[in-house]
Design a protein around this ligand. Structure first.
Ligand code: FAD
Length: 271
């Protein structure tokens, strides 16, 4: 698929879309005022994930207990001002406002705190994971599992989903997680090993995908960017609450946190 911008002409493209046209010229060697640009779907936005309070402090539970010293702001954080879908442009506002608040709070926090005593070998856990990856002799490839994960999440866990699709995704994730235990690295070098990096990242992606899919199975309503074809209405009586996910061995435990409503009452989206 291509995007044809040629009708706009070089002057308008350079004046109004300078960044995008520059990317196209630099990375694809295409002049968008002359030739159409190849395009493909990509993720536009991740709606948070790490719950925080308004000072960017990461919180651990439904009572908003902060995890001392850990902060998050921006696209990775859920400060809970956007509802179930942030409006366009609000992510940059989010970054500026809560990035600043988090930074200020973190600066204050370090002034009044000291290093906490660490366990004897805090690096043990991650070192064991890395040496398992180096010594793996399995037959599965990281790139292949990642591609299957991407395709399956796209097909079964996008904005429009239903029970059948989500259960398919859940089963596929179980299969991929099993196969992930059977991967082998082709590159065993110890420095700048991108294959190791990608293997580690894939493990995290699989866990995150499970959180997304399983919490979507549980939420039997539609809200924001979670549209259940089999439960197309918003259900404030049962679901006006945040999902919190906890790792419990190979399983995920879910808990729920109330939504704080102040001046603006939630309303059905009519557009
Ligand atoms: C095409 C597109 C158009 C958009 N348009 C708009 C818009 O018009 N208005 C709007 O408000 N929002 C828009 N957004 C969303 C907005 O741009 C993003 O939400 C915002 O830039 C996210 O900022 P961030 O700092 O949270 O994350 P990022 O900008 O993603 O920053 C994260 C940084 O962490 C680095 N990083 C990642 N992993 C590691 C690691 N392991 N160690 C060290 N560093 C690491 C990355 O390299 C990156 O620099 C758009 C997004 C896209 C993709």
């Amino acid at each position: 698929m291509h995007l044809d911008l040629t009708h706009l002409g070089k002057k308008v493209l350079d004046e109004k879309l300078p960044d995008i046209t520059d990317f196209v010229r630099t990375y694809l060697g295409i002049d968008p005022s002359v030739n159409p640009v190849p395009i493909q779907p990509t993720a536009h936005y991740t709606m948070g994930g790490i719950p925080t309070d308004v000072d960017g402090r990461v919180i651990m539970d439904e009572k908003n207990t902060p995890l001392p010293g850990l902060y998050a702001a921006g696209e990775c954080a859920t400060v809970s001002v956007h509802g179930a879908n942030r409006l366009g442009t609000n992510s940059l506002v989010d970054l500026v406002v809560f990035g600043r608040r988090s930074g200020k709070h973190a600066a204050l926090y370090v002034k009044n705190t000291d290093f906490i005593p660490l366990p004897k070998k805090p690096e043990d856990g991650i070192q064991a994971t890395i040496s398992d990856l180096y010594s793996g002799t399995g037959t599965e490839s990281v790139a292949k599992i990642r591609l299957e994960l991407q395709n399956d999440m796209m097909d079964n866990a996008s904005v429009y989903r239903n029970q059948k699709m989500l259960i398919n995704a859940k089963n596929k994730l179980l299969e991929l997680k099993k196969r992930y235990k059977n991967i082998a690295l082709g590159d065993k070098s110890k420095q700048f090993n991108m294959e190791l990096f990608e293997a580690l990242e894939l493990g995290f992606l699989l866990e995150l995908a499970s959180v997304l899919v399983e919490s979507a199975v549980n939420r039997t309503e539609s809200r924001g960017a979670h549209y259940r074809e089999d439960f197309s209405k918003r259900d404030d009586t049962n679901w006006l609450k945040h999902t919190l996910a906890y790792k419990a061995g190979d399983k995920i435990d879910f808990r729920y946190k109330p939504v704080v409503i102040t001046k603006y009452l939630p309303k059905e989206r009519k557009y």
